[in-house]
Ligand binder design. Structure first.
Ligand code: SF4
Ligand code: SF4
Length: 328
């Protein structure tokens, strides 16, 4: 259980931490004639730091207990000891990664994402040393890190339930928290936003796994590309190289990495684009000019063939600016 420290000298008893905690850890309790937040349900704490971020006085600190990131009992999940991806599949992931980086000129690794169902063997991949949001793990994977994250390694209550690791906390189910953040106009709008996103059954997924695509240890469910708009344009053209098809993407600004980059491709066997969300942009090192694409693994062979074809002429020609700007 994380430790929650309150600096009573700073606290004004405004109650913002109480209101914003998604899992209702605090009550305002009277002490010496004043009200202070008390962590009366501290066992629920996710260490998401929302209360810390909302406190105008800087009066709160949430300290994780690192030992909680370990498995809690001998009845925990089983971990694989032998390679869980064939040499051929591993080589394929390596080839896809090389093509994406070389043809598009990507700065960042494409990322392999797996949602590991309950009851299946998990790969032996390191867990993070501190709780991470799913979006933070994905951004770290683009820099070369690999993380296996069961529910107790996730720091975002919203993303964690969306991805099927836990139940949805009440304040997120009703949409109340979105209104408190000033992100939506009404409960009706919040309910609409929530209802439109895909959701996996609670506790159907035992862990998320992110690795650089070139280092995949499982056949990826979804491949994430983090790139500039011009590179995304070529990715879209690569995906429609053999069909000429135009895409309809589901984009919002909410739940970018868990929903738009991961779950939409995962549940539709398709491709989706995301502009990012306020959450992932605030909590990771991703720069303002980057956007995201999630590609179901079944879409990859054709997309890579299309990309390689574009890379032979269309991309280098266009990047040489064959259409000159008007002369003035
Ligand atoms: S860290 Fe998150 S879950 Fe824990 S008390 Fe603060 S807001 Fe609530
Ligand atoms: S938000 Fe900060 S100042 Fe307000 S009650 Fe909570 S700890 Fe105290």
């Amino acid at each position: 259980m994380p430790e929650i420290e309150l600096d009573e000298a700073r606290c004004t008893g405004c109650g913002l931490c109480v209101d914003f905690c998604p899992v209702e850890v605090f009550d305002l309790v009277k002490k010496n004639g004043r009200y202070y937040p008390q962590a009366v349900r501290a066992e629920r704490c996710w260490a998401c730091d929302t209360c810390v971020g909302q406190c105008p006085q800087g009066a709160l600190r949430v300290i994780e207990n690192a030992s909680e990131l370990e498995d809690q009992s001998g009845t925990g999940p089983q971990y694989g000891t032998s390679p869980m991806i064939s040499d051929t599949e591993k080589q394929l992931c390596h080839t896809w990664s090389n093509s994406l980086i070389r043809v598009l000129g990507l700065r960042w690794n494409p990322v392999a994402i797996n949602l590991i169902p309950v009851g299946t063997v998990m790969p032996n991949v390191a867990k993070p040393r501190q709780k991470l949001r799913f979006c933070q793990s994905l951004m770290a994977a683009r820099r070369g890190k690999s993380f296996l994250m069961p529910a107790n390694c996730h720091a975002c209550p919203d993303g964690t339930h969306i991805l099927g690791l836990t139940e949805i906390p009440p304040k997120l189910a009703t949409g109340e928290l979105y209104l408190r953040f000033g992100k939506l106009d009404s409960m009706e709008a919040a309910q609409h936003m929530i209802a439109e996103r895909p959701l996996l059954a609670p506790r159907s997924i035992q862990a998320t796994l992110v690795t650089p695509l070139k280092d995949a240890v499982l056949v990826p469910d979804v491949i994430a590309v983090i790139a500039l708009p011009e590179q995304m344009m070529w990715l879209c053209m690569a995906a429609s190289y053999y069909t000429g098809k135009r895409f309809t993407f589901k984009v919002s600004g909410y739940n970018a990495q868990c929903v738009e980059t991961t779950l939409i491709p995962y549940t539709t066997n398709g491709i989706n684009i995301s502009l990012g969300c306020y959450g992932c942009r605030a909590s990771s090192d991703v720069s303002d000019d980057l956007m995201f694409m999630g590609i179901h693994r079944e879409r990859m062979p054709e997309l890579i063939r299309g990309l390689d074809a574009l890379g032979r002429k269309a991309i280098p020609d266009s990047r040489n600016k064959i259409y000159l700007p008007p002369q003035t």
